[in-house]
Design a protein around this ligand. Structure first.
Ligand code: AMP
Length: 209
């Protein structure tokens, strides 16, 4: 099954991608994680993406389209994948279509902006594997430490001013994708819940529908 998770930054796409990944045994592909990894490794692409990312802006389409094209050709994506954070613009969605990739379902996780700002301030991510935690809603077993042993940190782009910019970018450039996939009859909307487990239950139900 080829899936897309849509939603504002901080809506919980990463967490739901992990849940689906465990259920369906298909890889979660996060462009955000891939770009952060490239940045950490100091690759040319990472350096190109750096300023866009730190300002809460989108990395240019041709850069992310190139990354995703290469990633989806890898063996582990043969039986399906979950895209988390891609596409984020109409040209990116069109590029997927032009690659001949058939998307089966698009799940949009809806969370109001005010809630997003509140959530982002408590979000912590693992430096080593990219897993996402929250100081209130999804606490790690050991404070400051991921289940993989990595250290949990706050992302630079989770600071309040950058979050506001990211939300603006989301509404302008990413939200139109809802109509794009609705027209194709692929869109399911999941309302993000206070409890992550409840959102996961709704997400898995939406997959079966
Ligand atoms: P995320 O972890 O998905 O919130 O992504 C973090 C940042 O990476 C975004 O704010 C963008 O700067 C960049 N990014 C990730 N995915 C994309 C994409 N599909 N298109 C453009 N920029 C992206």
């Amino acid at each position: 099954m080829n899936l897309i998770l849509l939603g504002a930054p901080g809506a919980g796409k990463g967490t739901q991608a992990e849940v689906i990944c465990e259920h369906l045994h298909i890889p979660a592909v996060s462009t955000g994680n891939m770009i952060r990894e490239a940045l950490k490794n100091g690759t040319e692409m990472g350096l190109r993406a750096k300023s866009f990312m730190e300002e809460g802006k989108l990395v240019p389409d041709e850069v992310v389209i190139g990354i995703i094209k290469e990633r989806l050709q890898q063996d582990d994506c043969k039986n399906g994948f979950i895209l988390d954070g891609f596409p984020r613009t109409i040209p990116q969605a069109e590029a997927l279509d032009n690659m001949g990739i058939v998307i089966d379902k698009v799940i949009d996780i809806e969370v109001p902006d005010e809630k997003i700002v509140e959530r982002m301030s408590g979000r912590r991510v693992c430096e080593a594997c990219g897993a996402s935690y929250h100081l209130l809603y999804k606490k790690p077993e050991k404070e400051g430490v991921c289940k993989c042993g990595g250290t949990l940190v706050q992302r630079k782009d989770d600071h309040p001013d950058t979050v506001k910019e990211r939300l603006k970018v989301y509404h302008e450039q990413t939200e139109p994708l809802k109509a794009y996939y609705e027209k194709q009859g692929k869109l399911s909307i999941v309302t993000g819940q206070e409890d992550v487990a409840d959102t996961s239950r709704l997400t898995l139900e939406a997959l079966k529908a």
